[in-house]
Design a protein around this ligand. Structure first.
Ligand SMILES: Cc1cc2nc3c(=O)[nH]c(=O)nc-3n(C[C@H](O)[C@H](O)[C@H](O)COP(=O)(O)O)c2cc1C
Length: 326
């Protein structure tokens, strides 16, 4: 399948693996890229730019296909040295960055001077337009369904994607709620040129996370995610668990006076506990509603091949037959 996204990034299939804290290590990134998609190493999971350079080197040993690095600009307890991370990416030879969270505007001159392509992940048409205006090459449009940070507008992809298509000149991929060929075909119909997936890629063989995490996603239904941190305007969609129930209880008690310190235990340092140790009740970790569509743990290649085969069958078969009859 050829789209503006496959052309832009030099990839075979229009399927991207978004950055994921404590999931986006070299193993998954390389597996996705080797399968013809576009994998992303999660920059900030590496505690220093030097460690990121090492992770990129590991990935380069595992694939000769294009891959990128995610740089997330979110409120954290201490601001990371972003310019040094960008320098590490540049020096390693990686030429694709996925930005997310805040606008990457202040870093664009440095990134562009290094010849790096930028796909910015955002949750609204206005932020997508801003990304286009500051020179991003593409955007990932993240609907309300998505795992992670859906923003504060709560617009699902069925509306957000066609709205983005109406306004944007640069190509975009649909992010949030994507797991199979049906999602890909729907996204293409709504104007996207590919898909970005998070949760679906966590439940793959190569995702280097505890088996409990993969099992929890397979067992979860579309009813099992919760929105947390809305009072802080840092809303996150997470999988419900005992830690998250506690967090929601604190949010209810504190109301508008909630401070990040009140929920420190439920949100800080949770990822290693969940992803490495498999402590499923530790607190807030991102997971999308799409968990309701995830029922197995295939390899990245099996997953991507299946999505592409399903998409082709849908387009040529079911949809084609409908128009033929007409
Ligand atoms: C476990 C997990 C961790 C994530 N961490 C990050 C992150 O660090 N930075 C980021 O930009 N997006 C992060 N995301 C969001 C994904 O990159 C992607 O945009 C999102 O999962 C898409 O929605 P989906 O889960 O419905 O596919 C994370 C998602 C998950 C499931």
């Amino acid at each position: 399948m050829k789209t503006r996204i496959t052309e832009l990034f030099g990839i075979q299939h229009p399927i991207i693996q978004g950055g994921m804290h404590y999931v986006g290590f070299a193993e998954l990134t390389a597996a996705v890229s080797n399968a013809g998609g576009l994998g992303f190493i999660t920059g900030l999971t590496q505690r220093t730019p030097e460690l990121l350079a090492k992770e990129i080197a590991r990935c380069l040993d595992m694939t000769d296909k294009p891959f990128g690095v995610n740089l997330t600009f979110l409120p954290t307890f201490s601001a990371p040295p972003y310019l040094e991370y960008i320098a590490a990416i540049k020096e390693s030879g990686v030429r694709i960055i996925e930005t997310a969270g805040r606008s990457p505007e202040e870093y664009m001159p440095v990134i562009k001077a290094a010849g790096i392509k930028v796909i910015h992940k955002c949750t609204s048409v206005r932020h997508a337009l801003k990304a286009e205006n500051i020179g991003c090459d593409a955007v990932s449009v993240d609907g309300f369904e998505c795992g992670g940070h859906p923003g504060e507008d709560d617009i699902p992809n069925m509306i957000l994607l066609p709205r983005a298509a109406e306004e944007l000149k640069i190509p975009f991929v649909a992010s949030g709620g994507m797991a199979d060929g049906r999602g890909l075909v729907a996204a293409l119909a709504l104007g996207a040129e590919g898909i970005n997936m998070g949760t679906r890629f966590v439940a793959t063989k190569e995702a280097p996370v505890h088996e409990n995490v993969k099992r929890a996603i397979v067992e979860a239904t579309e009813l099992d995610t919760r929105l947390v941190m809305r009072p802080l305007r840092n809303t996150e969609r997470v999988l419900r668990n005992a830690g998250v129930e506690k967090l929601i209880e604190i949010e209810r008690e504190k109301g508008a006076t909630l401070k990040i310190g009140d929920i420190y235990e439920q949100v800080a340092g949770v990822y290693p506990k969940v992803m490495v140790n498999g402590e499923m009740d530790a607190g807030a970790w991102s997971c999308g509603m799409v968990a309701g569509l995830i029922r197995d743990i295939p390899s990245a290649r099996e997953l991507i091949d299946r999505i592409m085969a399903e998409a082709e069958e849908l387009i040529r078969g079911r949809l084609g037959a409908m128009t033929d009859r007409a």
